[in-house]
Design a protein around this ligand. Sequence first.
Ligand code: GRF
Length: 203
Amino acid sequence: MLRIAVLISGSGSNLQSIIDNIKENKIDGKIEYVISDRSDAYGIERAKKEKIKTYIIDKKIYRGDISDKILEIINGKVDLVVLAGFLSILKGDLLKIFENKIINIHPSLIPSFCGKGMYGICVHDAVIKSGVKISGCTVHFVSEKVDHGAIIAQSAVKVYFEDTKEILQKRVLKEEHKLLPKVISLISEGKVKVINGKTKIIE
Ligand code: GRF
């Protein structure tokens, strides 16, 4: 069974999709910890409802020490770290010790519309303004450079002329809720390999 830590900063709808998929036995795993870098993240309530251990590592207090604090909590206790709408940037020993064991979901098709400052609704705003006809979401491993780790899986959605950023966000989020649990399930089955900086899914 895969021991998982989920890191959040907000509503936690992706966290909820992981919880639901575990309950439906679609993931052979257990969420050991939910950690938030904001005290008001609604995802903390979702975790408490499921009696999952929660920690708040407030970014206003811990600033540059967030990664070390997280490492203190999870070191040796989890197999996979899932960033599900987590806004702080990770660094240092945490990234080294958990190399290829931290995944993130990003609400665009990387390498488009990603990198520093590209998060939340800003991503969808940039997508709409650009006029691209396809967007989507990406699950990737986390590395030193923001949104640059090996891509594991992507899901595409159409972008329509009439879309607002909010409408597009909803369409993409629906895909996120399917893609992230699917990737976690593949990892729990040992089906995701990283070879020369690219991933291979073993079917
Ligand atoms: C998602 O769109 C995710 O891709 C992005 O932040 C959002 C988090 O949503 N990184 P939620 O907190 O899971 O509802």
